[in-house]
Design a protein around this ligand. Structure first.
Ligand code: SF4
Ligand code: SF4
Length: 431
């Protein structure tokens, strides 16, 4: 069977569904990385629902039985299909024990089939309609207001013929959310003050489409990707800088699978580089103890895409393998060091780590659009992360993604712990 790693449908996963060995690697942090029983789980879905069908293993079985017609695409099946954050923790766990299964891609293929059948939760359908009409999934906003946040910024206008080394791609949250817009302006000012040759495409670029993909709206994602890639192609060699983990993942990992190759860096990577070059110097002592939450789409899912096309083979009529060897995304090459180096460089700041970090980080709960149709679940997952953060003694959670920031903040009732973006601390220490 020829597979390219992206152009796959649910049927293509049949051999993987059959080969899943029920080893439980998709449900727990890899055993050698577990530090305590309390924080040993990796999959939010099986952790919350405590029923096998809500795990990657269970979804392999569900996919098989749905294809064979033993179960219908009914409410119970759809509940298991969509209550998955697409966080990829199962995929990393599975890669430890198996090299030839793709549980995350299978989970998303299940969602895609349900979307094709018109069976997505109404809230997700509404978000997809908003994306189609306003080029963002955020409700109640209009595409012509996408640049309002930047009216006072001295960014070059790349849609008007100017050129720059970097284009700032804020993502929908920073572009529209009134609480975050001032942060986007602050980030741009820091980069400009450090001498970065920076512009933006204004109303040219739109939603990256990454969350649509996570939710099963593959066609919508492909439309957004094609639209953005066409705009960015007007300036050959342009590099994007984004403060959003979802955008980073979409552009770094998913766009190349469609043939769109544009270099992208996360703001933390660019800031770290500027510090090393002596273009930014922290001044203020912050006197804080913080812990860092690795966003799934910046960390384990932020690894670069590797093109592959090949064929599945059987060795000794028993062992499945691929020719040539398939890329193995183990999650270890994501963006982990840059944010930690920044934090460790801020005077008076002490970084204490949670138990589930880097490629084994616990999801913030907002992934896969779960917060749109099942807020109780999304916030329970966030609450579990807040509990883990509190166990470190820190009173501030730092992250590098607006979706994580919002969901974790919403789960922090009673002001037990503060949640900030890494750029907030950078701004504070520079001022
Ligand atoms: S880790 Fe992989 S092989 Fe093991 S049960 Fe989970 S999906 Fe199946
Ligand atoms: S993607 Fe995340 S929520 Fe979905 S099955 Fe895998 S670990 Fe669980």
């Amino acid at each position: 069977m020829p597979l390219k790693g992206y152009e796959v449908t649910l049927e293509d996963f049949r051999p993987m569904q059959e080969r899943c060995s029920n080893c439980l690697g998709c449900k727990f942090v890899p055993f050698e990385k577990i530090k305590s029983h309390r924080f040993s789980r990796n999959c939010p879905s099986i952790w919350y629902y405590n029923f096998n069908t809500y795990s990657a293993r269970g979804r392999f079985q569900l996919g098989q039985t749905l294809q064979d017609g033993y179960v219908d695409w009914n409410g119970q099946a759809l509940d298991a299909v969509f209550n998955c954050q697409a966080c990829g923790a199962c995929d990393i766990g599975c890669k430890i024990t198996r090299f030839n299964l793709e549980p995350l891609a299978h989970n998303i293929a299940l969602k895609e089939r349900a979307v094709e059948k018109g069976l997505a939760p109404p809230a997700l359908e509404a978000a997809a309609r908003q994306l189609s009409s306003q080029k963002t999934m955020l409700p109640g906003v209009k595409k012509e207001d996408r640049t309002a946040w930047a009216s006072e910024c001295k960014l070059k206008d790349l849609s008007a013929g100017e050129t720059a080394a970097y284009a700032f791609f804020p993502g929908c949250q920073y572009a529209y959310n009134p609480v975050l817009q001032c942060k986007a302006r602050s980030q741009v000012k820091i980069l400009l003050d450090a001498g970065v040759d920076l512009g933006f495409f204004g109303n040219g670029d739109m939603c990256c489409g990454g969350r649509a993909k996570q939710m099963g709206f593959r066609e919508a994602f492909e439309q957004e990707a094609g639209y953005n890639a066409k705009i960015w192609a007007k300036i050959p060699g342009i590099k994007l800088v984004t403060p959003c983990a979802d955008c980073y993942h979409a552009i770094k990992r998913q766009y190349p699978a469609l043939g769109y190759n544009v270099e992208v860096v996360h703001t933390s990577e660019l800031i770290c580089d500027l510090i090393k070059k002596g273009k930014l110097k922290f001044r203020k002592d912050l006197n804080l103890t913080v812990t860092y939450h690795d966003p799934c789409h910046l960390g384990r899912l932020g690894e670069p895409f590797e093109a592959w096309e090949g064929t599945e083979k059987k060795v000794l009529n028993q062992i499945h393998t691929w020719e040539p060897r398939r890329p193995r995304y183990a999650g270890t090459d994501g963006v982990y060091d840059a944010p930690r180096e920044i934090l460790n460089g801020i005077p008076g700041l002490r970084l204490v780590e949670m138990e589930r970090i880097r490629e084994n980080s616990w999801c913030c709960g907002a992934g896969g659009g779960c917060g749109l149709f099942n807020e109780t679940y999304a916030l329970s997952v966030a609450g579990e992360r807040v509990t883990e953060a509190l166990s470190t003694g820190a009173r501030t959670i730092v992250t590098g993604c607006p979706w994580c920031e919002i969901n974790l903040k919403t789960a922090c009732t009673g002001g037990t712990i503060d949640v900030v973006d890494i750029m907030d601390l950078v701004a504070q220490s520079l001022s």
